[in-house]
Write a protein that binds this ligand. Sequence first.
Ligand code: GCB
Length: 602
Amino acid sequence: MLKPQNGPTRELVNLDGLYAFKVDSANSGLAEGWQNARLETSLEMGVPASYNDVFADQEIRDHVGWVWYQREVRVPRGWAGERIHVRLDSATHAGRVFVDGALVAEHLGGYMPFGADITEHVTAGGTFRLTIAVSNELTQATIPPGSITVGADGRRQQKYMHDFYNYAGLHRSVWLYSTPAVRVEDITVVTGFEGTPGELTGTVEYRIAVAGDAGADAAVRVRILDADGAEVTTAHGVEGTAAIPGVVLWQPGRAYLYALVAEVLDADGAVVDSYSQPFGVRTVEVRGTEFLINGEPFYFTGFGMHEDHTTIGKGHSDAHMVNDFSLLDWIGANSFRTAHYPYAEEVMDFADRHGIVVIDETAAVGLNADFAGFFGTTPMATYGEMVTDETAANHRQAISELIARDKNHPSVVIWSIANEPKSSGEGAREYFEPLAALARELDPTRPVGFVNVMFDTPDKDVISDLFDVIMLNRYYGWYLNTGDLASAEKALEDELTTWTEKLGRPMIMTEYGADTLPGFHSLYGQPWSEEYQADFLDMYHRVFDRVPALVGEHVWNFADFATSNGIMRVDGNKKGAFTRDRRPKAAAHALRRRWAGLRDRA
Ligand code: GCB
């Protein structure tokens, strides 16, 4: 699952921009063969972006089913003899890709890249019609799950049990790229180090998969370059271990990246393909109640975030991304969680380059019937009713694809395989035991966790012992003990103490927060006021500072974000420290005093 790149043997053309766009109102496009001709439409849509909030048209916003994108693509004429590929960084939630009418790729799951080798369908120097159908439907089997209701008037409505708007479309970039027929297909890098401070030697275990018929005399060479591009060591073979004497570690707040250049050589030693994989040398370990990065205790400060902006919804935008990272830096955050789905690869690369630590989450959110009332969906009694074997299969796919995509990012220190699933009662353990095992098998080097919901307190939860870290979302003082921070403080501390006694593992508060209306002020500790949000966070911090096994605090949320309609939400979720347009609430200044203070003392 290598990200396409320009290089000595590969070329890359970005296919972002305007596409012809058509809403498949009757969901009949596939049967009618829209892929075979020019789309009959006057609409155009920008890629990358969610389409929902772009048009002044409620029917488009509320549409359930397929939408279609189309454009002409010219293949560079110098690509004759190369393999030619198309790649979508994501299509939310399902995508089908057609080249001049031929189906070349399809994918279920809205946050992962996919693509195809389209060499047989195109010619260098020629053009082709690229048509992409994207569906926003969520069903009981998808990750995340949802259900579609049909009203008396025949209108279909999408329901789901997660608290963010079901944005859809081509949220990330689309690419055309060339590779040689024999090529580097995958790279896995696992790092470590030994020695004493000042004289550390890095170890780089690598594994390279080569695609195509390389022939018996082909060879693989690995060159490791430092951040200035100077070669520090070389190795040979598809797997092995290289040493970096005097290694510079990747550290939180102090990123340092090397590049592993994997080269396939022909019998004469000429470079057939070359791929440059950035990596950082660092270790992650859970020991007792500590979370260690490079053998040193690490304390997470930051947020659960969302990919969410006005107009573009979940569309990736480099400028917005840089702005968000700049605000993280301003506030003193050292980390974030990709709530509640994998983020764009640009975000992961940025975190690698800037030393920001990431808890990387699958899109498995809403596997919890206890939320049915909150989201107005049908209540379900048992695990079997709530999820099917197909759900479990899609969940396995979500875990496998996430680890395949993100395994080489030094910023990623924990895999979060689900947010707030039902982790009590019958069926929960049977469902999660194989998933935890799968994540460990795919990546034995990183701690694995899931995020526990407030209903499943330590007396009820039956799965947390399967995981390395305990990640908790708690809302004492908001959904519970509303407006009563004194009772909330006691309840919170009691619960954290019980978890420590039960499992003795490191705990991270992955969510705590209070909805806040910017500009509403109160002398009386009133919920929704800016003062209440700041006091609420302050109370949590007092408790955290008294609980040694608590190794991190991620406020919910970084910024206000869009949600589905509901009486609990006024123009979305307002738990942001920043507004949706990224202006600080009073709490942002309070967080800055605490976190920038912690950072400066470190
Ligand atoms: C949660 C969820 C998150 C919600 C949040 C809230 O527990 O994980 O998706 O947005 O609570 O604000 O209710």
